[in-house]
Design a binder for this molecule. Structure first.
Ligand code: DQA
Length: 148
């Protein structure tokens, strides 16, 4: 296996509440089930996933500060932080790893405030509106970026 196959799968605020959020936007899966599916996608692609979820912005910032040497790429769904959390953006820039932004729902087809992403230009791709399968798309894109 290649040495650059370690992927951090980062989830932000309220994603741990999947299963209690609107099914029309986010589907039926609980967060644990979502992580299991992502883990299976990653292993199919010979990627080594590591998972992190928090509802505390500073914890995600500090996770990104520490990621150097522990991951080769990042899949990130920051939840609502996507739309306004400049500190997450700065921390993602500090992490300086290839990153793909993922949203379960189609953020561009919902409320106006969801059309803004403060991380988008730091990411090699954005995947939205594909539900859980979007994570497979995102992992495949990241794998390509890592030259695996
Ligand atoms: C989300 C979209 C965000 O606008 C929202 O705040 C979320 C989830 C998604 O995966 O579709 O919490 O990132």
């Amino acid at each position: 296996m290649g040495s650059r196959n370690r992927v951090d799968i980062l989830h932000g605020v309220n994603l741990d509440m999947l299963g209690r959020r609107p099914v029309s936007h986010y589907g039926q899966l609980t967060f644990d089930q979502l992580e299991q599916r992502i883990g299976a996608f990653a292993h199919e692609l010979d990627l080594e996933p590591r998972f992190f979820q928090t509802n505390h912005e500073g914890q995600l910032v500090e996770h990104l500060h520490r990621v150097e040497g522990l991951a080769d790429g990042i899949i990130i769904n920051p939840g609502a932080w996507t739309h306004y959390a400049w500190a997450i953006r700065d921390a993602l820039e500090i992490a300086a790893l290839p990153a793909v932004e993922v949203h379960l729902s189609d953020v561009d087809a919902r409320e106006e405030f969801r059309r803004v992403s403060v991380i988008r230009d730091l990411c090699v791709a954005t995947v939205k509106g594909e539900g859980v399968d979007g994570y497979r798309t995102a992992l495949a894109r990241l794998k390509q970026e890592l030259d695996l």
